[in-house]
Design a protein around this ligand. Structure first.
Ligand SMILES: C[S@@+](CC[C@H](N)C(=O)[O-])C[C@H]1O[C@@H](n2cnc3c(N)ncnc32)[C@H](O)[C@@H]1O
Length: 284
């Protein structure tokens, strides 16, 4: 098949679309089912292809931290490269997520496919960050903050900024919609927060991604790319977040965080049906 280009991809980065979609399909088969309760709402497959190629290009040669990654963009980035579909990407990727199912699924996939430089660490972003200033850039697709004016986005960004020592670059994926008021309020709040933290908006890629979101299938998200104004910034050391105002309506109205970790009960093969999902009616 001919390499395919699209509006989001420069000519020089044409990829074999069939091979890329099939690789993303392998990653999707490995993803745990999303828990809506914690805003796990997965990106659609076509958008994952373009997003992963963009992230690989953006973070080329860098150490990249993901603050949460149910979508598994981290895995796609590493896998597209390992499969030879792209020949660029970050030198190291670590995913910090509070869902053990997600962390384990990443580790198992990385192990099976021998994806060097991809790892995951169980971490709740309300706790102090375990590896400050260990990365060059961070990616987050956080809870979008519809009911708290974007504060949950700011909490995830704060952890990302700690991961990069308030230097480097950031890619933040949040809602982008002209018809609804709250995404515009959140976009404004997040940019204000970033500027106060020593970053500027380097690029805004509007309405890039769609999601498996039953009650708002048309809601899209954008890529907001931030860059630190200086080399690194001086900040207080990372501490836990306990301020009730920052935690109110974190995952939506009246959904304050009360869980430290989502634990894995069974090692499921996510691409296969469980025996309790069906029964067999035999031939007479
Ligand atoms: C909140 S979801 C946002 C939607 C995104 N499309 C997804 O499903 O991945 C992003 C990730 O953040 C993780 N997450 C949610 N709350 C967290 C927390 N308190 N600490 C760390 N990760 C968290 C989820 O497990 C998920 O993987």
């Amino acid at each position: 098949m001919q390499p395919v280009s699209c509006r989001a991809m420069p000519e020089s980065h044409q990829i074999d679309l069939r091979a890329a979609v099939n690789a993303i399909s392998d990653v999707i088969q490995n993803r745990p089912r999303p828990l809506r309760l914690f805003d796990q709402i997965y990106m659609k497959a076509g958008d994952m292809v373009l997003q992963s190629e963009f992230v690989a290009r953006w973070a080329e040669g860098k150490q990249l931290a993901f603050i949460g990654d149910g979508d598994a963009i981290s895995v796609c980035v590493a896998y597209l490269r390992a499969r030879g579909i792209i020949d660029y990407g970050p030198s190291e990727i670590v995913v910090f997520d509070f869902d053990e199912r997600i962390c384990n699924a990443i580790e198992r996939f990385a192990d099976r496919e021998r994806l060097e430089g991809l790892g995951a660490q169980l971490y709740n972003c309300l706790d102090s960050f375990p590896k400050p200033a260990a990365f060059d850039c961070f990616y987050t697709n956080p809870p979008w903050g519809a009911s708290n004016g974007g504060e949950s986005v700011c909490v995830f960004m704060q952890r990302g900024m700690e991961a990069v020592g308030y230097g480097g670059e950031a890619l933040v994926v949040i809602a982008d919609d002209d018809e609804r008021l709250w995404p515009k309020q959140v976009l404004a709040r997040v940019q204000e927060f970033a500027i106060r933290s020593g970053y500027f908006v380097q690029k805004m890629m509007p309405k890039m991604h769609t999601y498996h979101l039953d009650d708002a299938p048309d809601l899209r998200s954008c890529n907001l790319v931030f860059k630190a104004v200086g080399e690194t910034g001086l900040r207080d050391k990372s501490t836990a977040i306990a301020d009730p105002q920052r935690l109110a309506n974190f995952y939506g109205r009246s959904a304050n965080p009360h869980v430290r970790y989502v634990r894995e009960k069974l090692r499921l093969e996510y691409g296969k049906a469980r025996e309790d999902e069906y029964y067999l009616e035999t031939l007479e």
